[in-house]
Ligand binder design. Structure first.
Ligand SMILES: N[C@@H](CCC(=O)N[C@@H](CS)C(=O)NCC(=O)O)C(=O)O
Length: 267
């Protein structure tokens, strides 16, 4: 039996749900409220010592890290279609793309943009004592200090400009890749784990009212329309959207866009 510990609006959880949807697998849901600290309980930390979602449990064995999870599911459940190229070079390229998310795009670019613009308000509205407790309970000290800074300083936070720079660099590279080979998907003609892994990140820009980032990137716009048109998108993302989170992201994202645009112009 497959069980997924996840959160409705978390991008890494969206990624895990996408692979399960693409493979047509049934799974049992364990939904964690990240603003209530469900990910920081001693019980969950045994499954995932970093105190993050998602965690997949397959017949009692836990698999952590969203990029590991999508690869695991693709290897363990090959039907209806493989989500990796058959050749070694193609597989290495899949790794390079997903590695980029782990090398900073998730923790710095995405978390900083989302937290600095929108999610910080969910912490602050609970009062300083609760916000500080959620911060202090983050197991990774680097992540903890990053979170403290962005919650209290928002778009003026230490890494906010860096986050915008990383987004710009990534989107430039994605547009160049799609333009270079002319295929519909990031790896060329086939939908792969790379498209799947990057879908939640474009969705996050969308929710944050920040699709202005791709206004001059037509290939990326078309790619984003294609991934949204797949049935897996609604099953794994749309159906799980948390209306309160999405409303907050849209509102605060709209307010922050002029500042983001200004940073892009200054890069
Ligand atoms: N590298 C991890 C990152 C997971 C991660 O950062 N998850 C976020 C949600 S997208 C989380 O659980 N955050 C917990 C918190 O904010 O305390 C992965 O890819 O699974």
């Amino acid at each position: 039996m497959l069980e997924l510990y996840h959160n409705d609006q978390s991008s890494c959880s969206q990624k895990a749900r996408l692979v399960l949807a693409e493979k047509g697998l049934d799974w049992e849901s364990h939904h964690l409220d990240l603003r209530a600290g469900d990910q920081q309980t001693p019980e969950y930390l045994k499954l995932n010592p970093k105190g993050v979602v998602p965690t997949l449990v397959d017949d009692g064995r836990a698999v952590r890290e969203s990029n590991v999870i999508i690869e695991y599911v693709d290897n363990a459940y090959p039907g209806p279609a493989p989500l990796k190229p058959a050749d070694a070079y193609g597989r290495a390229m899949v790794h390079l793309w997903t590695k980029r998310l782990d090398d900073g795009h998730h923790d710095i670019a995405t978390a900083t943009l989302s937290m600095g613009i929108a999610f910080r308000h969910q912490y602050l509205s609970q009062g300083k004592e609760v916000a500080d407790r959620l911060i202090e309970n983050i197991p990774d000290p680097v992540k903890r200090e990053r979170r403290r800074d962005i919650i209290y300083n928002g778009t003026e936070g230490r890494e906010f400009r860096l986050a915008v720079r990383l987004w710009e660099g990534l989107l430039t590279d994605m547009e160049a890749e799609l333009t270079g080979h002319g295929g519909d998907w990031i790896m060329g003609d086939d939908y792969t784990l790379v498209d799947l892994a990057y879908t939640p990140y474009l969705t996050r820009l969308d929710h944050l009212n920040a699709l202005g980032f791709i206004a001059d990137r037509p290939r990326l716009q078309a790619w984003y329309a294609r991934v949204r048109a797949r049935p897996s998108y609604d099953t794994a993302i749309g159906k799980w959207d948390n209306a309160d989170y999405v409303a907050l992201m849209r509102e605060k994202g709209g307010e922050a866009w002029p500042r983001v645009k200004q940073i892009v112009a200054e890069l």
